[in-house]
Design a binder for this molecule. Structure first.
Ligand code: KG4
Ligand code: ZN
Length: 338
């Protein structure tokens, strides 16, 4: 067992379709980060089925928890706190993690910390680069959210742009479903686009000029209309063209925010930040501006408990424990804790 010299947080993430438990020391040093994905269970339905998600979290949480403690080589007595994502997310799925974390906190006599999932995605950057300091711009792009956040300080966030319709990941998933490419769509489209050597179809960008907001629904419709008019177009030319358009919009808006707020650091977060083309374009545009562009490792972009533990560490220091009568909040907003 490790000596108890550091602030060890055990965190549970069950907001959507990943069951994850992590142990992180001092908010930055990951000792374990076990992620069990339910993708195979949901794939045949073409999207996440909430009831299946909750049931699967119930079944998987205990072995994932045991593995996380074992890999971290810590015992519950070493922990400083037990944390869980308490929103936003699927209600039943969130409740599994929140109830487990509160029960463990009571049983082990540790403080409980409820963490906003979106704040967790923001803290993923600090896991890899504890040296970076706000102010910075983080673009959060996932299956449920697409926003540009001006992080003025830890805990002080301004959502300066967001989608007015579909989230970026949702658009990837819907286009992939329409093209019969399977679920989740993002990784499939990413792979197809990477191997495609021809000329991608050009789709309109939906730039929402001058604003930091996004609209992806029109881009999805553009793909559908194009296929109706040109039914023989190969899927890879469509997928590559769609990805190119989405990446173009995302990176342009993020750089607009970087310029507008004059920050020296920009970060990516959320599942879509695993996209190869987005990672490359974002890094290149940051380089061109002399901005420190942080692209977290893929394991910290998609849902994971290490980022929740990182945020919990800071929240515990800033606000203290979360009362045990605080529940789960499916539509929790960034900046709110309950
Ligand atoms: O953050 P995340 O794991 O879960 C949510 O909180 O939503 O994001 C999942 C989303 C899905 O829509 C998935 O298609 C997308 O992220 N995604 C990707 C890639 N990997 C996952 N999108 C584009 N390219 C990828 N490589
Ligand atoms: Zn997420």
């Amino acid at each position: 067992m490790r000596p108890v010299t550091r602030n060890l947080i055990l965190a549970i993430e069950t907001s959507c379709d990943e069951t994850s438990v992590a142990v992180v020391a001092d908010g930055t040093e990951m000792l374990s980060n076990v992620v069990s994905s339910q993708i195979d269970l949901h794939a045949r339905f073409g999207g996440v089925v909430p009831e299946i998600a909750s049931r699967s979290h119930l079944e998987t949480l205990e072995p994932v928890l045991e593995q996380a403690l074992e890999e971290a080589e810590v015992s519950p007595t070493d922990l400083a706190a037990v944390a869980a994502t308490n929103g936003p997310g699927l209600n039943g799925a969130l409740l599994v993690g929140v109830t487990a974390a509160k029960t463990l906190a009571l049983a082990w006599n540790k403080p409980y910390v409820g963490v906003n999932h979106l704040e967790g995605h923001l803290f993923a950057a600090f896991l890899e680069r504890p040296d970076i300091e706000p102010p910075l711009i983080t673009m959060l792009v996932s299956g449920g959210h697409t926003s540009i956040v001006h992080v003025r300080a830890r805990g002080d966030y301004d959502v300066v742009g967001s989608t007015i319709d579909d989230a970026a990941g949702e658009a990837f998933d819907k286009v992939a479903r329409y093209l019969g490419l399977g679920y989740p769509g993002g990784p499939v489209i990413d792979r197809i686009a990477e191997n495609f050597e021809g000329e991608p179809i050009h789709f309109p960008r939906g730039m929402m000029d001058g604003t930091l907001d996004f609209s992806f629904s029109g881009m999805k419709t553009a793909v559908i209309n194009y296929v109706r008019k040109h039914p023989d177009t190969p899927n890879d030319a469509l997928a590559a063209g769609f990805q190119e358009a989405v990446v173009d919009v995302l990176v342009s808006k993020c750089m607009l925010a970087v310029d507008r707020f004059g920050v020296a650091t920009a970060c990516l977060g959320g599942g879509v930040a695993a996209n190869s083309a987005l990672r490359q374009r974002f890094a290149a545009e940051c380089d061109a501006r002399g901005v420190d562009g942080l692209v977290p490792a893929r394991q910290f972009c998609t849902d994971n408990a290490a980022m929740i533990a990182a945020a919990a560490d800071w929240r515990l220091r800033a606000d203290g424990p979360t009362p045990l009568d605080t529940g789960a909040t499916p539509n929790l907003r960034l900046g709110s804790r309950a």
